[in-house]
Each structure stands twice: as C-alpha cells, then as structure tokens.
Design a protein around this ligand. Structure first.
Ligand code: GLC
Length: 553
C-alpha cells in the first residue's frame, strides 16, 4: 500500500472524504400526517443531518411506484410519487442540502421497472410491440417447462406467464418487477436519458440498485446448483440453492458501466464531482474489484457488503478488511456497509452492547462508510405484529427471517407522540420501536455518552485527522481473538484503534513502548495518556488513540 501524502480536492473529492448517510424516505420524517415519510420531511431534518456531520445523503427511491417493493418498482424514472411529494419538493431538498454542503445521491433502479411502467405495459401488449425486446420474453421449453431454471430473490421462479401473449417474462425479484434488457440499445438510451434528467437537476450521484444484475448470460443458460458454496451474504431459501453465475454480472457489464461512467464524468466539474456507487453483492475480491473498471473507468465505488456476512470476531473482520485492502485497485477507494434497509440493524446483529464498537469500526476503517438512518441512535430491529407486516419478501418467503420491516421502522426524533416522526393522530406506516421514548435524537443529544454523540464526534474526527480521513490501514497481529486492533497512518500522523468485540474484559501486550494519547472512547471515560505496552480493554470498549511518534518495542 502506498501512503497518500497529498490531500487536495482532486485526490480526495467529497465522496472519498465524507460519509454517506442513507435516508429511507418512508421512515425518516413525515410532513403531511399520512404516516409515511416524504421529501419535505427530509428537508425539514437537514439541519440534523448537517449537525451529524455526514457529507452526503443517499435517498432510497421516491419515484412514482405501485409500491409492490416500496419504491424499488419504478413506474416513471423522471418524477416523484405523490406519496413523497413533487419534483418541486425535490428541487427544494436539493437546494437546501447544497446550502448545507450536503451532497444528494439518488437511488437509481436500472435492473427492473414496475410492471405498471408504460414501457412494460407496451412491451406486454403484443409479441410484435416495438418495446417487446425491452424486457425478456421467452416461450416455454418444448416440453412445456419454464425457459430456464433461474430462481427469483423474492421466492419462486424468475419467470411469470403472460396469459395474453402466451410467453414468460423475466423478473429477478417480484413478478411486479420485470427485468429490463440492457442489451437493447433503446433501453440503454432511455436509461441514460433518465440519468441525464437527474444530473441536469444537479444531483451529486447515484446509488445503482442491484447494479451487477443488469447483464445476464446472453443465452440465459441455467444456473448450476450451489452445493455448499456460500451464496450472497445470508441464506435466502431456494434462491440460495443456485450459483448465480448466469443471471447476473456477465462480463459485458463492464461495457455498460464504462458508458454510464462517461456520462456521469461529463457532468463532473472541479468542486462538483458527480459519483456512482453500485449495490454490488459480489463477495469475491477480484470480481468485485473489476467493477472499478480496468482504468478506474466504471463505478467510483462498487458497494462492499462483506461486513454484513463477516462473523463478529477479530480474525474474520481483519481478514475481510485485508482482503478489501488488497483487492482495491491502485487509485481505487474502499467502502464499507454494516447495515441498510435490507439487512438487520447492527445492534440486533452484533448485540446492542456492541453497537458503539461497530460504529467505531465503521468510521475508522479506510474508505467511505455508509450509515443507515437510525444506526446513529443504536436502533434495533423491531418485532412487527403479523397484521402489520408489509415487506413482500418476508410475506412470500416466510419463516426465514427475511422480512425487512423490522429494520425499516420510523426514525425516533423526540419524546413527543409518534416520536416526532409524524403527527400525533397519524398511524406510522410501520410501528415504532418500543424504546422510542428513551432512544431518540433529542434524548441522546443530551447524553454525552450516547452512540449519537459518539457518531457525531467520530465524524468530526474524520474531518480533523488526516490519518482517519485517508491514512493507511494496518492490523496488529498476535492479539486475543476477541480484540481487533489496527493503525491508521499518514507520514505525519498515526492513530491506533483498539476494539473489544466481546462482553468481557481483555488484556494484552502491544508492540510499542511509551504512551499514546486517548482521543476518544466508546465509554467516553478515558482521557489523557494510555500505555502502549500493556492494554486493558473494558467489555464492549473501543478506544481511539493518537500514537504519532510511538516507537516499536
Ligand atoms: C435492492 C434494494 C432492495 C430491493 C431490491 C429490488 O437490493 O436494496 O430493497 O428490494 O434491490 O429492487
């Protein structure tokens, strides 16, 4: 790893310097009392986002949509669903965000539309419709079976029969989400136009939903069985019984992303760099790294979801981070995700007592972290009564804990009715967590030891400490399995991060002499000098220490 010494805007544009904050619009802030969050609600909370200190918000889809998959089924790429507001509301949000130096990343859904999108309505109208080839239409095999064996993420086969024309159409997710055929030049042109629409408005970037899905094997060859090979980042029922090598990430994907990147770059100007991050559930280092492009001419950052499936111990986390550090191409930039609207809350996955340690890990690794709204409060998954379950995945594939409602419950802002998320009389679209009266922004802001204040502090520290912002990352070996210790260093500064990943105290020797200076700790109960020879970590403790100038023992 070469050490980066230059710290100018070009080497470190905003998307490398800062932190992305994911806003799930349904659950962030409701402004009109219908129980569902909206764009005006987000705008009204920008002062909070600004206080927190993130540099960008990524807003999950707010396009017109029948909401079969809560907005990831888009029926118009260039408009706003009335549930969320209007295009004018979006323009106002963008202006207000930019006024606070907050970038706005729009969620772009390239792989599939809604089955109610006019393109699909035309495509399904007849076999000879000019848009027929915009989607994947196939006859049954001669023996009457499905065109191939592909299985959908959300249960069942990827093929649904259209009775009227007698052919099957392909959908990687719900039947209400037919896949677009990116090999058709008209589809590509239409989608690039949709990107231009948002770029012309001045958005700063895109999060490409299931970005690697858009290119499939041109012959739609069957997927082989998975055997014991781990699939994806968690078990997803039948879907996990196949190796998904033909239904996504065909090498031709690189041609498309180079073209998309060119478009995005054509809008970039110094000081207003535009950006693309992919939702790329690709867990093999080299295949993942290839999505940066062989000349860093594809995604600025292929999303890295590896920590979601990494066991919570030092060996596993260390080897994941080392794998990423090794895989990232020269000039490329790592990124980490520990939760999002699709995955369990961190406090639930690793244990509530570890939530601060997890936040310290996320915010002290090299690369751009994404924080999912509510994680900064330590929110946990919420048990959803059966009659309030909404997520189609959980409803279609029950019994495996795949439903995503528990991590999508409303933000907890204060102690007023409905936690300040919506008006007192409204019923929030998903129930609030039971702990909302004690776990909310207002209460946690007043508690110096809260995870909220720790998050805010770490974000400030990333801005003031070059070693955290862009220094090299290196793990310290030979320590107890329960403790992860690493350094972040530039030529001038060296910091040490020591994390206890368990609920018991641990003591160990460090390879240094002398003392370092505590910058902060998860318990906010450490100050001043600390031994760099012998370390005692309290249960669930993380410490950030300045060890600049420390000598190796
Ligand atoms: C992505 C989104 C998820 C959605 C799926 C289908 O994985 O993050 O929420 O259901 O794509 O669009």
């Amino acid at each position: 790893m070469t050490e980066v010494q230059q710290d100018d805007g070009l080497a470190f544009p905003w998307w490398k310097r800062g932190v992305i904050y994911q806003v799930y619009p349904r659950s962030f802030q409701d402004s009109n009392g219908d129980g569902t969050g909206d764009l005006r609600g987000i705008t009204s909370r920008l002062d909070y986002v600004s206080w927190l200190g993130v540099s960008a918000i990524w807003i999950s889809p707010f396009y017109p949509s029948p909401m079969a998959d809560f907005g990831y089924d888009v029926s118009d790429y260039c408009a706003v669903d009335p549930l969320f507001g209007t295009l004018a509301d979006f323009d106002a949000l963008l202006t207000e965000a930019h006024a606070r130096d907050i970038r706005v990343i729009v969620d772009f859904v390239p792989n599939h539309t809604s089955d109610q999108h006019p393109w699909f309505l035309e495509s399904r109208a007849s076999k000879s419709n000019p848009k027929r080839d915009w989607y994947f239409w196939r006859d049954a095999k001669p023996d009457g079976t499905l065109p191939n064996n592909w299985l959908a993420h959300f249960g069942g086969p990827m093929w649904t029969l259209d009775e009227a024309t007698g052919q099957y159409y392909l959908h990687s997710f719900l039947p209400q989400q037919p896949d677009l055929n990116w090999r058709n030049p008209e589809v590509k042109a239409a989608m690039l136009d949709a990107l231009r629409f948002w770029l012309d408005k001045g958005v700063d970037g895109f999060r490409f939903d299931v970005a690697h899905n858009i290119m499939k094997d041109p012959n739609l060859a069957d997927n082989p069985p998975a055997g014991n090979t781990a699939q994806w980042h968690r078990f997803a029922g039948d879907f996990s019984t196949q190796l998904h090598i033909n239904d996504k990430n065909h090498p031709d994907i690189h041609v498309i992303y180079k073209e998309i990147r060119k478009l995005i770059d054509s809008y970039s100007t110094p000081g207003h760099e535009r950006f693309m991050i992919g939702e790329t559930h690709v867990y093999d280092g080299p295949t993942w790294a290839a999505l940066f492009g062989d000349h860093l001419d594809e995604m600025h950052m292929p999303g890295n979801f590896g920590l979601l499936k990494t066991p919570w111990n030092a060996t596993a986390i260390r080897s994941h981070v080392e794998m990423i550090e090794q895989a990232v191409p020269e000039g490329g930039w790592p990124n980490y995700v520990i939760s999002n609207h699709d995955d369990p809350r961190t406090a639930t996955r690793v244990g509530a007592k570890q939530a601060k340690v997890a936040m310290m890990l996320l915010l002290t690794l090299r690369g751009t972290p994404t924080i999912y709204n509510g994680e900064e409060l330590g929110m946990e998954n919420v048990a959803i009564p059966a009659d309030r379950e909404r997520d189609p995945w959980g409803l279609r594939v029950p019994g495996l804990g795949l439903g995503r409602d528990p991590q999508r419950t409303p933000m907890q802002w204060d102690t007023s009715p409905n936690a300040g998320f919506t008006t007192p009389a409204a019923t929030p679209w998903l129930p609030l967590a039971d702990d909302w009266e004690t776990r909310n922004v207002a209460v946690e802001k007043d508690d110096a030891k809260s995870i909220l204040n720790l998050t805010e502090e770490l974000l400030v520290l990333r801005g003031t400490h070059p070693a955290l912002a862009h220094g090299d990352w290196e793990a310290i070996g030979g320590l107890p399995e329960e403790c992860l210790v690493y350094t972040r260093s530039t030529a001038e500064q060296r910091l040490l991060v020591a994390l206890n990943l368990t609920d018991t105290e641990h003591q160990f020797m460090l390879p240094y002499t002398g003392t370092g200076l505590v910058i902060t700790s998860t318990g906010k109960d450490r100050t001043g000098k600390i031994s760099l020879t012998f370390m005692v970590l309290q249960p669930n403790e993380g410490i950030l220490i300045d060890i600049t100038g420390a000598k190796l023992a």
